[in-house]
Design a binder for this molecule. Sequence first.
Ligand code: 13P
Length: 245
Amino acid sequence: MRKLIAGNWKMNGLISSQAEIQALKGLTGSATCDIVVCPPFTLIDRAVERAKDSKLVIGAQDCHAQRSGAHTGEISAEMLADIGARYVILGHSERRVSYGEDDEIVLAKAVAAHRAGLIAIVCVGETRHERDEGRAIEVVGEQLRESVPEGATSANLVIAYEPVWAIGTGLVPTNEQIEEVHAAIRQMLEERLGRDGNSVRILYGGSVKASNAAVIFGLRNVDGALVGGASLKASEFAGIISAAV
Ligand code: 13P
């Protein structure tokens, strides 16, 4: 399966950061993987313009479940599609933890993303405490079952396994732990979507860097990465992209 490398800029980036988009655009010509960058809402429009005529694809980091209405401060999936975003990250642990997003909310947002024609990158992952209790697969399984909408296919759904304790910490699960969870996600996707579940891309996220990407990409059922800190500089992100052969 062709790998997908997605950069999540989180709450980083000013107009001057467009230089990074420009640099990434240059890399996509020869890349053997799909590359998505999800900048903050304020930069999506400009990034789409800049990525025009290249294979660089722009996404967003969240959306509201409703199409429009009295939701001060929110952005709908339709608005994102309108400005040329093609992907949206949903259920990131930072949103689950800091903004109280539960599976029901993530599901509603994923339904909205599909309604607007966006590809949903649904994030799942256990906390340190849940892993220590031996509940990683149970937790990820429940998140997956509860937040993947009816009508999901390999064309409109990507799953990102991001252990909460590995995000921004420099800690990475062992290869065996990554393979174990990715295999469980694959099995659940097949149970849910039939044979098409085999074609849904499952990304690993959490402290991915140029130095560990090749090993992670070599693991079974790892179809790419969702990258935070190391996606902010095109030079570092380029190292991850070139590891995805
Ligand atoms: P880091 O790559 O900075 O650990 O962040 C991962 C992440 O949260 C991507 O969504």
